[in-house]
Design a protein around this ligand. Structure first.
Ligand code: ADP
Length: 481
């Protein structure tokens, strides 16, 4: 098939979370299977410097953005046969320090930036010579694309645009702006209503995508069910229930070429399920790197996360505070985000000297080492569309301790569900006490070497490779209209 994807993040060019990993993983797998895939993404600062084979295409692109005309450059790269990256260059919008924000605040012109980008996507969908058979857009940044495609069909003579799939990676981020931003789309004002982009008087890009796409997917089966409920629906559960016939949950895959303890270039030594002694060495080296004392038989817990409310930090900090005070255990965290959480973590570090290591920032190589070094990985999310780190943890024999929501519930097996095949520890209630209880179970497991070893072997054998996931997307790319 000929697939054109559009995403504001693509690993390894740009990434703030799981979105970039997923788009890259799916695209690569489809290309390997012999399909033709293009990905449209913004040309952010630094991409050309890091990827010297990104070259300027001889292509003129100019779109109407409200009252002004804005032109864009097109840059391309072919990292592998069958896969082409189309970078939309627009220095005013994309040559900035951040992707969405700087110094903790969102850019004031994000509506302009991403409506411009969405229009560039529609332009390419229409005019690329290879004529994509399906357009697959990801998240709110390109949520307007289906609506813009229809506009192109009705007002400027594009006879039969291809079907559009929208994948929701996180319903909590909807791209909501003041209503007058809708004029940037140049779609007639009468079409701004609750059947399209209007959400309680504001413009909501993700809502527009949900309303106008042919197929909607999200990144795990459980999250697909959850978002049709008031509790998880972020105000859009009613619309999602209306569209339930075209709403599908597909668990993300993992790029095992990148996340593989047997071949991970970021580790001091590599290991497999039969050489788990080497994992101990990785743990020792990481403790030294972080500046924590190395002691025999002390379990190490870890997490790598955006410091955001979603990730359950208001459970993590008090539960760890209690557990660290009474138990021989250590904890490392790598994260960046809200300052209130940074402060809380630093406070925990001070209060439990030698037991807690906090690294603030975004560090890809260190994230690999933490995945490999820890005995347990903590993910007490309030909600979790898919979650990638629990999947990475499984492959690294690092036992996930997760709240049973979204993709966490779909990907981890608790001993209560299946003793023989258990891969992790789950808890349900959103409370520090429930997480502390789960950590206690982890400590008990660690104290039973045989059982712990069996969990590790099970976890490392669990298979979330992209192959099956990509086949599922291929099925869904052919909607019955
Ligand atoms: P989300 O997209 O909600 O942030 P996911 O679990 O789907 O959560 O994906 C997070 C991705 O971002 C993972 O690949 C994780 O390793 C990475 N990540 C998050 N924070 C950091 C950080 N501070 N340093 C390095 N990688 C990080």
């Amino acid at each position: 098939m000929r697939v054109l994807m559009a995403s504001s993040e693509v690993h390894p060019y740009s990434k703030t979370g799981g979105l970039g990993d997923m788009v890259a993983g799916l695209a690569k797998t489809l290309a390997k299977k012999g399909h033709n895939v293009g990905i449209v993404t913004p040309l952010y600062r630094g991409i050309r410097e890091k990827h010297s084979d990104v070259r300027r295409a001889d292509w003129h692109m100019s779109v109407q953005l409200g009252k002004r005309r804005v032109s864009g450059e097109l840059w391309v790269q072919e990292p592998m046969p069958g896969l082409t990256l189309y970078f939309v260059g627009q220095p005013e919008f994309f040559n900035r320090q951040g992707i969405y924000s700087e110094g903790g605040s969102d850019y004031g012109d994000n509506a302009e930036r991403f409506i411009f980008f969405s229009k560039a996507v529609v332009h390419l969908a229409r005019y690329l010579p290879w004529q994509p058979e399906v357009i697959h857009v990801h998240d709110w940044q390109v949520g307007m694309v289906p609506l813009l495609l229809r506009q192109e069909q009705h007002a400027s003579g594009w006879r039969s645009p291809p079907p559009v799939m929208l994948t929701i990676h996180n319903l909590a981020y909807q791209g909501t702006f003041a209503a007058n931003a809708f004029q940037l789309t140049n779609i007639p004002w009468q079409q701004f209503n609750i059947r399209t982009a209007e959400f309680y008087g504001a413009m909501d890009c993700l809502k527009a995508g949900i309303a106008a796409s042919d197929v909607i997917t999200t990144v795990s089966p459980r999250y697909a069910r959850e978002i049709t409920t008031e509790e998880f629906g972020c105000g859009l559960d009613g619309l999602l229930r209306e569209r339930i016939k075209v709403l599908h949950g597909v668990l993300n895959g993992v790029d095992y070429e990148e996340w593989n303890p047997a071949a991970d270039v970021h580790l001091p030594v590599r290991y497999t399920a039969t050489t788990l002694e080497a994992k101990e060495l990785v743990k020792r080296e990481l403790l030294k790197e972080i500046g924590l004392p190395v002691k025999a038989r002390v379990p190490l817990f870890g997490t790598i996360t955006r410091l955001a409310e979603q990730k359950g930090l208001d459970l993590l900090v008090p539960a760890l505070d209690e557990m660290l005070a009474h138990n021989e255990m250590q904890f490392v965290v790598l994260g960046s985000g809200e300052q209130r959480y940074e402060r809380a973590l630093h406070h925990l570090e001070k209060k439990h000297p030698g037991k807690v290591g906090v690294r603030i920032g975004y560090n890809h190589a260190l994230s690999h080492r933490i995945e490999a070094a820890c005995d347990f990985y903590l993910m007490p999310s309030r909600f979790e569309p898919c979650g990638l780190n629990q999947l990475y943890s499984l492959r690294y024999g690092t036992i996930p301790v997760v709240r049973a929501v979204g993709g966490l519930d779909d990907s981890v097996i608790d001993a209560q569900e299946n003793t023989q095949d258990a891969t992790g520890i789950k808890f349900s209630e959103y409370s520090p006490a429930a997480l502390a209880h789960a950590i206690r179970k982890a400590l008990a497991l660690y104290a039973a070497p045989q059982a712990f070893h069996q969990f590790r072997v099970n976890a490392m054998a669990a298979d979330f490779s992209w192959d099956q996931t990509a086949n599922r997307y291929l099925d869904l790319y052919q909607p019955k209209r």
